[in-house]
Each structure stands twice: as structure tokens, then as C-alpha cells.
Design a protein around this ligand. Sequence first.
Ligand code: GLA
Length: 713
Amino acid sequence: MPVLRAGTRPDTWAVVTGTTAYVVAVESDPATGEARVLQRYWGPRLPGDALAAPLPPAPPRVDSSFFDPRDTAELLPVEGGTRWGVPSLQVTYPGDIRSVEFRYTSARMDGERLTVTLRDDAFGLEADLHVEAVGEVIERWTTLRLDASAPGAVAVGRLDSGNWEIPERDAYRYTGVYGAQLLENQVQRGELPVGETTFTSRSGTTSHRANPWIMIDAGDATEEHGEVWSVALAWSGSWRLTAQHRPEGDLAVTAGFGHDGPRWRLAPGESLETPRVLGLHTTGGFGAASRAWHAYTREHVSPAPREDRPVLYNSWEATAFDVTEEGQLDLARRAGAIGVELFVVDDGWFHRRDSDDRGLGDWWPDRAKFPEGMTRLFDRVRDLGMAAGLWVEPEMVNPDSELYRAHPDWVLHYPGRRRDTLRDQLVLNFAREDVRDWALGWLDRLVGEHRLAFLKWDMNRGFTQAGQPGERSDMLWIEHTRGVYAVLDELRRRHPGLRIESCSGGGGRVDLGILRRADQVWTSDNTDARDRQGIQHGMSHVYPANVMAAWVTDAPNPITMREVPLRYRFHVAMAGVLAVGADVRRWSEEDADEARELVARYKAIRPVVQHGTLHRLTGDPGVTRSALQYTLDDLVVVLAYNPYATGKRGPRRLRLAGLDPDAVYEVVEGDDPLKGARWHGAALMAVGVAVPSWFIVGPDYRSDLVVFRKVPS
Ligand code: GLA
């Protein structure tokens, strides 16, 4: 039912969700036979009758020899024919011919999926354009196929998953994130200049520098109001997203894997399928867009979304490479005593890994640190009532390792070129089957022998000299990422209880591709609570709280030296998947008691935070007073923050959102004078309440956890 025939022509279809319609039509030029697959509409779902009738036609085009604005509306504008915009598909045919000339061959409506097939006869190239409704999201991707009898191989310079036209509005504004290691997910919002604005990663990973999503509005959307179109790419390797704002006014966003430069060779008989690009139209402002992304991620992306993610302890900031059995056990006892449910040994546990310049690749417990292996440690961890987890970095090797000495050809490299190390490591080529088999072999044994419940899968450098022998060198940009996916998928298949955290020097591999096989992501190596507020704010635009790992670490923070009270650090980390990463051996008894109490509070509100709906209530997180609200059934959890003692600016009343206006809500948890108070939903939303931490005078870093319960009527 989600794919309908739209209008009266046979070659027009509407792919619909509960709230959205996406209308596609094929237009063939009667003179040349060239086909264009056009987006005719993307916005609120129209009533059935309106969709069944022909839509008003597009405005007539200017008969000019200088422009043809139709290509912004194409689902896959190609390089070729009368187009000068951003191509979503660029190929070079034998003889250095670069004009793709597609004609329409067929379309299939298959349940929720529409597939339109185009063909360039002269060179035997076919493209399937797939459109599918998944929840509220329109998923799109492309398959490129070269006939076995084609005259020769083609070189693919760009193969995007799809191009989206943003319907005409008076203005266009974009929202996205930029970042760096230790400061990921910084929101930026601004008018889209006329021209081509590209966000990209050239590092072989998703990267810290940008994240593969964009939101576009007409310049009038707020957190609570307005139409927003979002596009996100489900891919964890290099990527490119270009927003093209044409002088004529049109706006289109094309996105796909890869980046400028590499060319993928497609031989006769071969095919290439892109990852999915996701389009989401929402009304209700950026908040509603985020809530829809969260719902989609939980319902259609995450492998085990209904589970509560456990409170974990991670040893990295406490012990770094100084890992010993006794030391880890000491941490485990203390972590268990404050309520931790999963104990994770980070880096430093494997063969000769005393610093970051050696050992990667030799994935067995270091004999000096664990003379009897690690089974005893993990058994004791389990005796303490916790599950066990371990850090690994399977895609990496230190030149100083037994693995590299045995297989120097397994890394990305070009013959005769340098092999540049970063953090003293090189990238193993997961496009190679032997490398994948090796990785799967030791990971499978490691997880099986130690009965591990959790792996933190890290990836600590970008690609350089990204080559492999033979003609398919550039394919590794795609095949490495697919290889990582394949190993993760097979590992999960063999160990259905295993849960995975994706990490890449903090939040360098966070995307809707990895989240199909990673239950959570490490948000940032910056664990400073105040910086984290901004990082988490940006991340929350697309990714839900139950994938966002957040540790409470020591004060002063090892990165920023900032002294933030334990309660504030906890309240910031409670906005995601709470974890502890502090050196708990140095905590006072009072610290441990307070932490135990806060961990227990988190467990009580965890279902609401991890599975509820998020409202980013107000304020500039980490800068002014701000608050987050999570709602699930009759429970409403509010985390309110006030980082600055003397902050005169910012909201002073906390106005809630999304409540039942007629119902009465009681404060079941919160500091005086809130506890026990009862107000109408309407009053909480329109008037707002004064939370203690927002009082205008007081110390830095005050925060509140307030829980409301809807009173049964
Ligand atoms: C990366 C991760 C950290 C930690 C170290 C270990 O930097 O982001 O959390 O695991 O590696 O070397």
C-alpha cells in the first residue's frame, strides 16, 4: 500500500508514509528518448483523492540554451546531456566517453518499494533507482549494473544514493554539525548560499569533522514549529553530501559514499549498490525532526532497541595502558559496589601493549599482565554481578607487532610509496577476505572463550596511501567499510547476546550505517561535562539517547582541567547511556555513596531516557541554563542545568512540552520546594516552573533531576 500509482499517467507513483508523500514520475524526451526520473512532490501526505488526481504541473521552463533547471528535481542526475548541476552519477565509458544517456526501461512496485530501471544501451549500463517507505522515512538507493556483454569496463567517479529536491520556499536554511576530535557535533545553522555547499569525509570513516546529515528549513523553523526536510546517509566510510542552491532558486541535496578523486572500476558483469540515503519530512520544528529520527533509529535501525542499555564501567581514563589483573579487579569491585552492570577493560590488555606504539594486531592477553589469561578476571567480574566487555581495534596494526611482521601486505598501501603511520599504526585492509577471516577468527574466539557480553570496537586513524595491488585499488574505500560491516554482522550472528559500541577516537564513527550493527556509540573522548552538553546536543539532532554513551569521569577533567561537581557530571551523563569512566580507586567514600545513589536514580528513570521522546526544552546547553525532557507513558523526566553562577541571561522558568494539557502532573522526584507539587499539564507548558538549580544566584554547575508523574484521572 505505501507505493501507489499517482495521477492518471502510468509512470507516476507516490511512496507514502503515515505523514509524508514522495511522488516520482518518469519523463522521456519524445525527440531523444532520454529519460529523467523526477521528484514531483515531497512533503505532507496528501489525501488519497489528491494523490490519485494529477498534481498541478511544474512551472514551464524557460527556453534557454544556458540552463535547464530540471536536474535539481531528478532522483539521479547524471553527468551527460543538458545538465550542468551537481551529478549524482558520473561515469567514464570506454573511449573516455562521459555522457550518460539513459532511457526508461521499466518500473516495479513491490510492496513498500518502487524500483525504476534506466538503461544506457550503447554501453550496457543499467541503473535501478530504489525508493522505499520505512516508518516515516523514505529510503533511497541505487544499483548500477554493467552487462556481461558490455564493450568494456567503466570508471565510476560518483555514484550517489540519491538526489532530493527541497520544495520551493522563500528562503533556505541548513542545519548540520561540524566537529573535531574532542569536540564533535557542534551545531551550525545558516542560510544556504547560492552555489554548491559540500560536507564530506575523505578519511575512510564517517569522521569527526562533519556528520552525514543535513536539515533544511525555510528559515522560519524553531525547535517547536515549522517544516523541516532532513537527509541522512547510512554509511560509515568516506562520504559526500552536496547541497546545491541554484541561482534560479531551486535547492537539491545529493549524497552518497566516496569522495572526490577515487574512481571505482566496474567490469562487465559487475554491479555496484550504494548505501541508503534517507529522507524525512516533518512539521513541528527541529524537535519533531529529531524525535522522528529517534523513532526511526529505534524501530528500524538498531539491532536490539528494546533492551535497556546497561550502566557500564570503562577503565581507560583510570588505567590507560597500565592494565593488570589485580588493578582491573580492584576497579571492578568498586564499580560493582556503585551499581555498574557491565565492566569493560579498555586498551592495554593484549600482547606487549604497554603504550600505543606496539601490539595492535596481536590480540591475545598479555602474558606478563595476565599470566593465566583473562578468564579468571572475567569470571570474577561475573561473580561480582556484572557482565564483561573488552576494547578492540580490529582494523589497525602497529608496525611493531607479530601480525605486521608476518603480513606487511595486509595494510592499505601503494607499491613504492610511504606508509605513513598515525598514532604509530597502519590500517588493515578489510576489503581483503584473508584479513576479514583473520579478524573474525580471533574476535569469535575472544568473545566465545571469555563469554564477553560487549565489545568496544575502536578505529583510531584515517586512511592514507589507501591502495591495494591490482586494478581495483580505489574500491577499497567502499569494500573496507563493507568488510567491517560483514565482520560485525557475522560476529553478531555467531554471538546473538553480544552488544557492540562503535568508537573512532571518540565520535568519529557515528552514523545510521554503523548503528545497524552497533548498539551504541562512544560520543567523544572529551568527557568534560560542560563540553559534553554541546556535543550531546548536536548528536541528539539525529541519534537517540539510547545509543549515546556518556561516562562520568574525574574532576578536574583530564582534558579540560575543569572542576565540575559529581552531581552535575552525573546529570549530564544521565542524558544518554550512563557509564562511569573515573578512577574510582581515588574516590572518597562520600563520592562512592553519592555515585551509588545517582546510578540507582538513573536506573529508575532509564526506560524514560532510553526509550522515551526527547524535548530539548530551552537554553544553550553548557552555556546558559538549559533543560532536556524525556517522556514515556505517564512519566516525565527533566534534567535541568545551570553551568554559570552569575548567569543573568537565559530562561528562568522551565516550560515543559508535549504533555496532556488536561491532566494533572505530580512531582514525584525533585528537590524542595518541587517535591509533591501538582500542576496541570497546560500550566506546566504555558507558565512553567522554577527549578531550584535555575535560581539566579548560586554556585557554578547546579543541576536538577525532576520526575513528574501523570496523575490518573
Ligand atoms: C580511543 C578511544 C578511547 C580509548 C583509546 C584507547 O582514543 O576513543 O576511548 O579507547 O582509544 O587507546
